[in-house]
Design a protein around this ligand. Structure first.
Ligand SMILES: [Fe+2]
Ligand SMILES: [Fe+2]
Length: 405
């Protein structure tokens, strides 16, 4: 029996390998067929080209316990049929070429099977083996629901629940980590290939510049906020644009070293001095930073929005607004603004600073809007407890979202 493992693999991460390894052992597979998704070139939604994803898979599966073939069947399908290839269409083609097979999926995909194209055709073509995944619906319950519904009448043995239970590692968070130049949970061979080819380097110029403008600690925090924002966006299904989320997170504190309208950027040597790109007169800030914010902890959100626009060339108003309110919050914020406000407060590196950050983070992942309001309340209470003057925008945000006086 061969196993079929499909997915975008953009990029393949360790969880994919663990799932494949467990399935090969539990199902006593003779061979494994790995089938990366092909996206039409004119609307390639993947970060990596098909050829790179397939080559990375070949390298990481080179020393797998059973023989592995990385299939380009989806690419062939596109060339022949010209359209997106659904699992219900690809499985019969693979079966014809390779013989009887079992289709291996994670609990996240299994929980969504009802929304797939012709799921009954899938299960009638090949038995499905499912592994649970942390953070997703229990496959046992999903199986019960499916067999009472769309799979009614299909023998229950067509779905096998694997003993292996995976973590919630996701390709989207892995992508965000790689783009932010952070260590990611991917196989060694994948990391080597990515480094050799300079893949995932779209944000490198921005990161390199940012690094010269803020402290090393602030830079680490910025990367962490960007990745946390992507993770919240994905897990809470906020449907915010991936790049807007990542970019707003990376740049949210780019004004942190601006004081009184002049950016006192810290150079690589750690010596501070006026940023000549801005000009000592700080003209760009004139009229764009409220006077009552100058010299306060909230100043950097306003200078940050100016720097993001003038130095980093950001023109997207939603991103600039998200930077402009990330510290104080504001009434009637967009979802991206609320996301940035929250991610800034609950990113994991904050745990060292504030004892309650981990609790807040958990509440955000459980229910974003509730978690956002809890974060706002926590921030307000902590400002009051420390005797820090509440900036008017924060008071307005509290009234708007918490009904607080
Ligand atoms: Fe900030
Ligand atoms: Fe921040």
């Amino acid at each position: 029996m061969i196993g079929i493992l499909g997915g975008a693999f953009d990029p393949v991460h360790n969880e994919h390998i663990e799932l494949a390894r467990a399935a090969a052992k539990e199902l006593k597979l003779d061979a494994l067929l790995v089938v990366p998704t092909f996206f039409p070139p004119h609307k390639n939604v993947a970060e990596l080209e098909f050829a790179d994803r397939a080559e990375i898979l070949r390298r990481v599966f080179a020393d797998f316990p059973v023989a592995v073939t990385v299939s380009d069947e989806e690419k062939i399908y596109f060339e022949e049929c010209g359209g997106y290839c659904y699992t219900a269409e690809i499985l019969p083609r693979l079966k014809k070429k390779y013989g009887d097979a079992v289709y291996i999926i994670g609990g996240d995909s299994f929980a969504q099977l009802e929304s797939w194209m012709r799921p009954r055709d899938i299960i009638e073509c090949a038995p499905v083996a499912v592994a649970a995944r942390g953070g997703y619906e229990n496959p046992r319950e999903v199986k019960k629901r499916l067999f009472e519904g769309i799979f009614k009448g299909v023998p229950h043995g067509r779905v096998k629940l694997l003993r292996f239970a995976g973590t919630d590692t996701s390709s989207m968070v892995t992508r965000a980590r790689l783009l932010a130049n952070l260590p990611a949970d991917i196989p060694e061979a994948a990391a080597r290939y990515i480094a050799e080819r300079g893949l995932f380097s779209r944000y490198k110029p921005i990161c390199d510049k940012l690094k010269t403008m803020i402290t090393a600690e602030r830079y680490k925090h910025s990367l962490s906020v960007a990745v946390t924002a992507v993770e919240i966006n994905m897990k809470c299904k906020l449907k915010q644009d991936f790049d807007k989320t990542l970019l707003a997170g990376l740049l949210h504190d780019c004004g942190k070293n601006s004081v009184n309208g002049v950016n006192t950027a810290i150079g690589a040597d750690g010596v501070s001095g006026a940023n000549t790109a801005i000009g000592a007169d700080g003209d760009w800030f004139a009229g764009r930073v409220p006077l009552d914010a100058v010299g306060t902890k909230t100043e950097h959100q306003f200078t940050g929005a100016v720097i993001a626009e003038e130095i980093f060339g950001v023109t997207d108003k939603e991103i600039l607004n998200a930077i402009r309110t990330h510290t104080t919050g504001a009434p009637d914020m967009t979802l991206l603004q609320r996301l940035m406000y929250t991610a800034d407060a609950v990113e994991p590196l904050r745990d060292l600073e504030f004892a309650d950050t981990a609790d807040l983070r958990r509440s955000v992942f459980a229910d974003f809007e509730g978690g956002f309001r809890a974060t706002l309340k926590y921030t307000l209470d902590s400002l009051i407890a420390r005797g820090i003057k509440i900036y008017p925008l924060t008071a307005d945000a509290a009234r708007y979202y918490l009904g607080a006086e």
